[in-house]
Design a protein around this ligand. Structure first.
Ligand code: UDP
Ligand code: MG
Length: 317
């Protein structure tokens, strides 16, 4: 068997209760792999305020266990990206820390990787114990996202996937600060394959995505990947201009024939209010794009690392 390394990237924010179970399960599966002779687990502590970091450090006697610890919370996407940037594997896989994506998926992932696919993704056939709101938002978001971005991103997925080395290289070429890891992975258009699974309920702890964070996440990702909302503004404004022209013509015809012209303030107020609110809405959309440009031109680093463990580097402890 060729010597091959698998990198297992796991972002973590306040996951103290899940670490031991996760480590045991991932290690058990990793030692069963057929096409990889070695593995590394890259746990990213995304500025947790609980005992995530100290629990991770307790496992660092195992040299497979590598830790990247941020100075503060930079967000799930930044944590995943940091793991991908530090991975040395011939293939790289991403898992959440809460065991919602069962580590056994790795065995199917490696089979499809061996069959030559570059992106092998876990596709949810069922989601246990997730709120109706979460299921609904994901049902609505993904078709809209695909339509607006023209990106061939599969439905019913999360970040759990396995990437070939060239899929990782394609990901790394994207320089944006504002990251949507999932979108950036499928952007490459490399051959992909689904592995269906039932998404489990969280092993312990709470989801880090509340309603407002989910909505902001959805909006942010659409703005990062598509300019179609701007075309939509132009399209709507053409429509309102046309409606105005028709209105003027109708009013003129009525006036010339001596018919009664629409009277009263109510219709005037309603049309003014409609135009005012749509203008504000469109200004908001343009503002979101300007905000994104502002974020990108600043060129700030996406995260700051406080500690590296088992990487054999200077900042290693
Ligand atoms: N996560 C993170 N940083 C954050 C929020 C979440 O690293 O700011 C991690 C979290 O610990 C988990 C993964 O991202 O491993 C997915 O988060 P979560 O389970 O809360 O999301 P959900 O599965 O509910 O969508
Ligand atoms: Mg989860």
């Amino acid at each position: 068997m060729k010597k091959r390394l698998l990198s297992i990237v796991i972002p973590m924010y306040n996951e103290e209760e899940n670490i031991e179970k996760l480590y045991t399960q991932v290690t058990t599966v990793a030692t069963k792999l057929q096409h990889f002779s070695d593995y590394e687990i890259i746990a990213i502590n995304d500025g947790s305020t609980d005992d995530t970091l100290s629990n991770l450090k307790k496992l660092s006697h195992d040299s497979h266990m590598k830790i990247i610890s941020f100075t503060r919370n930079f967000g799930h996407e930044a944590a995943t990206a940091a793991g991908l940037h530090h991975a040395r594997g011939d293939a790289i896989t991403i898992f959440d820390a809460d065991l919602q994506d069962p580590p056994e998926l790795l065995l199917q992932f490696e089979k499809e990787f061996h069959n030559g696919y570059d992106i092998i993704y876990a596709q949810r056939t069922k989601r246990l114990n997730e709120t109706v709101f979460k299921k609904l938002t994901s049902k609505i978001f993904y078709p809209i996202f695909r339509w607006l971005t023209k990106l061939d991103m599969p439905k019913d997925i999360g970040d759990c996937c396995l990437l070939s080395h060239r899929a990782l290289e394609a990901f790394k070429k994207l320089p944006e600060r504002s990251m949507f890891v999932r979108g950036m992975i499928y952007w490459s258009g490399l051959p992909k394959k689904a592995v269906p699974f039932v998404r489990q309920k969280r092993a312990a702890g709470k989801t880090k995505y509340n309603y407002s964070r989910l909505l902001a996440f959805a909006l942010d990702n659409i703005i990062s990947f598509s300019t179609i909302p701007i075309y939509f503004i132009i399209f709507i404004s053409l429509f309102t201009i046309l409606a105005c022209v028709v209105g003027v013509i109708v009013a003129l015809i009525m006036k010339l024939n001596g018919w009664v012209i629409m009277t009263g303030w109510t219709s005037l107020l309603i049309s003014q209010l409609f135009l005012f609110s749509t203008t504000l809405f469109f200004l908001g959309i343009i503002g979101l794009y300007i905000g994104k440009i502002f974020e990108e031109v600043k060129q700030r680093p996406r995260y700051v690392i406080d500690t590296l463990v088992n990487f054999g580097l200077k900042k290693d402890i």
